[in-house]
Ligand binder design. Sequence first.
Ligand code: NAD
Length: 368
Amino acid sequence: MNNFSLLILPGDGIGPEVMKQVVRVIDWFEQRREILFDVEEDLVGGCAYDKYGTPLSDLTMKKAKSVDAVLLGAVGGPTYEKLDFDKQPERGLLRLRKEMDLYANLRPAQCFDALADFSSLKKDIVSGLDIMIVRELTSGIYFGEPRGIEGQGENRVGINTTRYTTDEIRRVARSAFELARKRNNMLCSMEKANVMESGVLWREEVKYVHENEYPDVKLSHMYADAGAMQLVRWPKQFDVIVTDNLFGDILSDCAAMLTGSLGMLPSASIGSKMESGLPKALYEPVHGSAPDIAGLGEANPCACILSFAMALRYSFSKRDEATLLEKAVQNVLAEGYRTKDLMQASDGKLVSTFEMGDAIINNLEKMR
Ligand code: NAD
């Protein structure tokens, strides 16, 4: 079998620290499971600006488009805050998402039992929670025209436009239906069809894709405001949720908090299929570069490691291996290993970034 090609972009702050642990995990899968990768490492964000004068060089962009999957750490930091807008570290990330046309953002909200106390909700509401939010990422109100601030003085008007085409809705719906099929076969679509025409079209097109391509998946619809209430009332009623860019931005952050810590949250952004048959894909933890703890060896590598588990599942179709890696993370948490961010609400053994990586690899070794 051919090797999978992987571009690793550790980025800034804690990005390189957590990514080091992912590289150890990748080595483990190469040695013990014979899943072979051609790994190349490159720069994105502030470190790319320092070296190339831009947060993402054209060459790095080209590489990102040619590999099977991109794995990113985090970008940004106080040193770069005063740079011109187009030189800011985040522009590197946005360029990657835009030029790879990654239209489906997958944000799992999974509550590990050992961390259920972390949630702001009651333990029985979140314990065992495992849902996936699919957010449309490349269209909608953040991109729609016309936009801007018009007028002068006391008569200014701020304008943004929610605009969705049939094709944009259908393709993200298909991603969500595919995911539902790999999980518990349930999809809930959220919009505001009661007050927005773009919501009416959204609902019609999701129904169309359902009837014509995925009639086996159980589909429901909810207004996004009601969906937000249901997410905090009884989140376990959901399996996969699909929604637009704006609602997805808010609902996925809300769902993330159900699970507690930022250091535990992975994500994937997926685009259309490449010639190889694999989807264009970028995997990254939800957290940022955490400049307040960068260099201290305290960062939690789990979000980045779980992002690699998502790559195993969604890019490389290695479902068993993805489950094995997720189980290893779950086991070490159950055994009480805690990076500093996880010590706040529960007892446990305080470990460094490297020691957490060690514990996960030892656990993989035990389950081998
Ligand atoms: P942040 O996610 O970097 O940090 C928020 C808080 O969570 C901090 O206290 C941090 O120490 C903690 N934290 C985050 N990840 C952690 C981990 N893995 N282990 C332990 N603790 C962790 O968000 P911020 O402070 O708002 O932003 C810092 C920088 O990161 C900014 O420059 C911002 O623009 C950038 N940022 C980048 C991304 C990205 O690369 N995708 C996302 C968000 C923010």
